[in-house]
Write a protein that binds this ligand. Structure first.
Ligand SMILES: Cc1ncc(C[n+]2csc(CCOP(=O)(O)OP(=O)(O)O)c2C)c(N)n1
Length: 295
């Protein structure tokens, strides 16, 4: 285990090649490649949580296709140079899903995939929530819900002030949208006309312990985001074609709000849409079944 992580040169080069292939691919070919990348990421998530005996497996598996599409086909980035000034900024506001982010970053070459096995061990850089000083590719610390979007708004304002053309993406949980700080941040995003900001809600309709609509209803979320001044796109958050299109630039000069309808636990039959799997840990037999389903 290393407490300071550095990019994996071979993996970063493989990523560059894959990126060239994806950039030139047809929609179908791109979807086929992303399907394989996402399966690899989901398998890593299951192994990490099995080894650590902790983690947030349901939300990790729901957000995987969003992260896979962003990091492999959308974001302007260089895993060998994580602080490259012209990079797009990405914030995982639902920071409890760190395993999904770490797995995505490692497969892009931000750090060696072998480090994933240290998830949540004492002294590991890979804490239960992402830390920007420890993990290359993490832009800001997250974990307390409702903090990532305000930070992302600040980054988007900063880009506007300096005239930089990079974009800022932030992913939130739908339960997380119950935090008032997010709505203040959305008002600022509209006020400052942040067309460089894309706010993605992982709309899996479950939160910790209950369905989101039973806890504090969010519907109609599309109308609410539109009323707060966003250009709203509602998509299937497991469809790579729809994800790719939804992550395209603003067409109205407004910040973009993507409601990505997803299934919590996506890809593993006995976890899908089951509230108890917010942070339950699979036993050995369940791990074997999960890895088989994700093969
Ligand atoms: C401010 C704050 N309150 C409570 C928690 C504990 N917590 C972690 S995850 C979670 C539920 C989040 O639900 P959602 O945003 O829908 O995430 P997902 O279902 O995608 O995992 C809660 C309450 C927290 N991390 N931060």
């Amino acid at each position: 285990m290393t407490t300071t992580l550095h990019s994996d040169a071979a993996q970063a080069e493989a990523y560059r090649e894959l990126r060239r292939e994806l950039d030139a691919a047809t929609t179908d070919a791109r979807s086929a490649i992303l399907t394989e990348r996402a399966k690899e990421t989901r398998r890593s998530i299951v192994r990490m949580i099995d080894a650590a005996k902790q983690g947030h497996i349901g939300g990790d598996l729901s957000v995987t296709d969003i992260l896979t599409t962003l990091f492999n086909a959308v974001l302007r980035l260089d895993p060998a140079d994580p602080t490259w000034a012209d990079r797009d900024r990405f914030v995982l506001s639902k920071g409890h899903c760190a395993a999904a982010l770490y797995s995505t970053l490692a497969h892009c070459g931000y750090f060696p995939a072998s480090e994933l096995a240290t998830f949540m061990e004492p002294l590991s850089a890979l804490n239960g929530h992402p830390n920007r000083t420890k993990v290359p590719g993490v832009e800001t610390n997250t974990g307390p819900l409702g903090h990532g979007l305000p930070v992302a708004v600040g980054a988007a304002v900063g880009a506007k002030l300096t005239g930089a053309d990079n974009r800022v993406f932030v992913v939130l949980g739908d339960g997380e949208m119950q935090e008032g700080s997010n709505w203040e941040a959305l008002m600022s995003a509209a006020h400052f006309e942040l067309d460089n900001l894309t706010v993605v809600v992982d709309r899996n309709r479950l939160q910790q312990g209950a369905r989101t609509e039973e806890t504090s209803s969010l519907d109609p979320l599309d109308d609410k985001l539109a009323a707060f001044g966003l250009e709203v796109r509602v998509i299937d958050g497991h469809d790579y074609g729809q994800l790719f299109d939804a992550f395209g630039p603003s067409t109205t000069g407004k910040p973009v709000g993507v409601i990505a309808n997803t299934i919590k636990g996506k890809g593993v039959s006995f976890i899908e849409d089951r509230v108890e799997w917010h942070h339950k840990v699979p036993n050995a037999e369940q791990v074997a079944i999960a890895l088989e389903e994700l093969a």
